[in-house]
Design a protein around this ligand. Structure first.
Ligand SMILES: *Cc1c(COP(=O)(O)O)cnc(C)c1O
Length: 194
């Protein structure tokens, strides 16, 4: 997945021209500014939301994104289910797991992840396709990738969104099916957005 936050359509176009079709954005508002036009031009592209989703932006996210990777609480899963019914659109979802149990980080606790998958998939009928994590910056990521893979195995979900520019090779060794790459494709972000 090419992560395009902070990069404008002119920077994204060469990547589309090269045939790439899977992209990630971390803010609803920013994505709305550039992707609707690009989606019209490239109907086969797939846009993933990889940043936190606030309750008041759920409907807009459902309208624009093909995959919402940051479902991390029951209340959000319920809001998504309602918004999908209203919009008549059914993006896939991933459950975000806070594998490092960091206070400041989004994601559900590892011990609660399987229950959230069950609620979202089996009770609310969401198309739960994977798990996503962002390991702590100051720890070797391998244990976190292994933990995410284990939770996915037990929960019966297929996809693992893990690994960024600095650790994607390790993530692939642990079974990542989506790596989220910004800097290594587009260069350093200025100004930084998360
Ligand atoms: C920005 C971002 C990335 C990409 O990070 P790079 O280090 O630039 O590759 C991946 N995942 C998330 C959730 C991000 O916000």
């Amino acid at each position: 997945m090419a992560v395009t936050k902070t990069h404008d359509a002119a920077s994204i176009r060469p990547v589309l021209a090269a045939g790439h079709r899977v992209f990630g954005e971390n803010r609803v508002q920013e994505a709305e500014e550039k992707w609707p036009a690009l989606k019209q031009e490239f109907p086969d592209l797939r846009l993933h939301l990889i940043g936190p989703l606030q309750r008041n932006k759920v409907r807009r996210a459902v309208r624009l994104f093909d995959v919402i990777e940051t479902v991390d609480r029951a209340e959000l899963a319920q809001a998504l289910s309602a918004a999908m019914a209203q919009e008549g659109r059914r993006p896939e979802v991933f459950v975000q797991v806070n594998t490092g149990e960091e206070m400041q980080k989004a994601g559900i606790a590892p011990t609660e992840a399987a229950a959230l998958v069950r609620l979202a998939r089996d009770e609310l009928g969401l198309a739960v396709r994977g798990l996503m994590c962002i390991p702590p910056v100051d720890e070797p990521p391998g244990l976190h990738f292994a933990l995410l893979r284990e939770i996915a195995r037990r929960s019966g979900v297929l996809h693992l969104s893990m690994g960024m520019s600095d650790d994607y090779a390790e993530a692939i060794r642990f079974g990542a099916t989506f790596v989220r790459i910004g800097t290594a494709i587009f260069g350093e972000r200025t100004p930084p957005a998360d």
